[in-house]
Design a protein around this ligand. Structure first.
Ligand code: RB5
Length: 157
């Protein structure tokens, strides 16, 4: 599985740690930058990596900024991208199981490296559960197609 990575200057040190961690675990990694702590604009980096996920060149992506929020907002503007900002392992598991999130975002000014690597491990090891969640994801997909959202379709649990 190939994983796309990207960070702004605030997320840069955590991206570096994540790249080493993933390579140690045998994952193929594509690093879209940034490559130093010189200030950059997080949407530029987030979109570069998210496009690789959108095009299917990378199976999943992990984005880093100060809070994890800016890169999530930017990535979620792209059709087919479901980016989840997580600060705990339970949310990371549910982001995959329930939401079929294809991008994890992490805040380097919010969580430490140890917790970040655990969250990454859980995110990458967890699969989409399918079932009742499919209909909900179909509604999210419908939001990407102007006018095709139908709230009358109900899915239990
Ligand atoms: C950069 O200072 C900071 O705004 C950015 O890394 C991120 O936290 C934005 O959401």
């Amino acid at each position: 599985m190939k994983v796309a990575l990207a960070a702004d200057h605030a997320g840069f040190p955590l991206k570096e740690a994540a790249r080493e961690y993933l390579q140690e675990k045998g994952f193929a990694v594509e690093d879209f930058g940034t490559y130093s702590d010189d200030p950059v604009d997080y949407p530029d980096l987030a979109v570069a990596a998210a496009r690789a996920v959108q095009r299917g060149e990378c199976a999943l992506g992990i984005l880093f900024c100060g809070t994890g929020i800016g890169v999530a907002i930017a990535a979620n503007k792209l059709r087919g991208i479901r980016a989840a900002c997580c600060t705990d392992c339970y949310s990371a598991a549910c982001a995959r199981e329930h939401n079929d999130a294809n991008i994890l975002t992490l805040g380097a000014r919010v969580i430490g490296s140890g917790l970040a690597m655990k969250i990454i491990a859980v995110f990458l090891q967890t699969s989409f559960a399918g079932g009742r969640h499919r209909g909900r994801l179909a509604k999210i997909k419908a939001l990407e197609e102007e006018g095709s959202y139908n709230s009358a379709n109900k899915f239990k649990l």
